[in-house]
Design a protein. Structure first.
Length: 145
């Protein structure tokens, strides 16, 4: 049979411990937030990171060399080669876009300067079609279809 407290709820023997735990965690949280946001912490962390990067640099270089050799043996491109290729493709794509824009502009200019087929410009008369010797014909024969 569980013991009941003043308000009719069962008594929990660990309730006091939970309260102490929550107060401890809240206090430590505030202390850690203040410590992490300090300038001293930033300097100490920076010094540790610089030291670890300095120590790991020779290992990273050796790993890079080994990876390049392995990729060469497998006939696979390295990261630098893929990046260079991507840059070249980007440059090529930009040039194609420029050529496309220039062609669009040329088509636009040609369509403005040349009248539509069958249209007569004002003040210009069309020569009458007189047959084979007319000045508008070329030396090609028309194919029969």
């Amino acid at each position: 049979m569980a013991a009941k407290g003043e308000n009719g709820k069962p008594v929990d023997p660990f309730e006091a411990y939970r309260g102490m735990r929550d107060a401890y965690l809240e206090g430590m949280s505030k202390v850690m937030i203040n410590a992490v946001n300090s300038e001293e912490y930033a300097q100490a962390t920076g010094a540790l990171l610089n030291g670890s990067l300095t120590l790991s640099a020779p290992f990273r270089e050796a790993l890079d060399k080994a990876m390049i050799m392995a990729l060469e043996q497998l006939s696979l491109p390295s990261r630098q080669q893929v990046t260079a290729l991507a840059e070249r493709f980007t440059n090529f794509e930009m040039r194609l876009d420029d050529v496309d824009a220039k062609l669009d502009r040329m088509i636009e200019l040609l369509s403005v300067s040349r009248p539509a087929p069958g249209a007569v410009s004002p003040g210009v008369s069309r020569p009458a079609a007189t047959g084979a010797g007319s000045p508008g014909q070329t030396g090609r024969k028309k194919s029969r279809g």
